[in-house]
Design a protein around this ligand. Sequence first.
Ligand code: DAH
Length: 330
Amino acid sequence: MTDKIKALEAEVAAYLITDAATREAFRLKFLAKKGEIMPLFDEFKSLPNEEKRVVGALLNKLKTAAEERFKSSESLSAKAESVDGFDFSRPAVSSFSGSLHPLNQVRSQLIDVFSRLGFEIATGPEIEDDWHNFTALNMPEDHPARDMQDTFFVQTDPAVVLRTHTSPVQIRTMLAQQPPIRIIAPGRVYRCDSDATHSPVFHQIEGLYIAKDVSFADLKQVLFTFVKEIFGEGLGIRFRPSFFPFTEPSAEMDIEWIKNGESSWMEILGCGMIDPNVLRNCGIDPEEYSGYAFGLGVERIAMLKYGIRDIRLFYENDVRFLSQFESGTV
Ligand code: DAH
């Protein structure tokens, strides 16, 4: 019995009490009626008298040691309060961890898809000049296509605009490098628009590919892959003839959307083969090179992907909205 008591003594001393739960486990193991120590007192009663003195002393020492350990870990118990009234055992207030904004998540996903397809990232200024934003893109002054992209002009210098699309990055890239060119240009753009689906400031991603013998089939393949990667397999896709001054032919791409059990088509981007005039404006020979371009709205993609009906939710930064996208660490 002495050996057993000694072993228990060592166990009591080494037992790790780190919180209320381990403290309770300690109590059950050593101090409870059916724990390791109390039954030893029963056993003690049946010992021969000459052993009782020594064993009794050891047993009492063990019990006191266990009780003391238990008492000294009081601050860890859920109920206990320390002298100054602060309960150290209270669970900590968990700190709030932020996450990427849903628009940044979608932007990163888009960049990831196009990077894997070999596109490099290009950037351009948000404060543009009229020539890059309109004229070089085959939209001379007084061209009616400018009406759709009314923007913020600077009063003292009407040639300075907040860019209405990311397409001027096409011009800047073509002026800076010779084909082959394969870039995407993500960025902020500005328009005089404001309602549930339009914001005066929003985000686009422009795509541009110029090389020898580029065809509309190449464009379709890249866009099919993009839709599959972002929205998943099996969505209907269609191209509708459209008009953009800087592409010829031009198209808008729609994806099939199921709304209230009914299928409808949603426009998600504009695209086309680069107009020879645009290539010439940038010193690229249209007889030698051809290319395609596309432009998509990041908000539009995010709204479709997550079923968001009002674009303004993206900019209010209400935590109840943002926290629904918390898992996204891209
Ligand atoms: N820049 C156009 C817009 O904002 C979108 C667009 C259409 C971009 C066709 C393109 C394109 O590159 O080829 O409305």
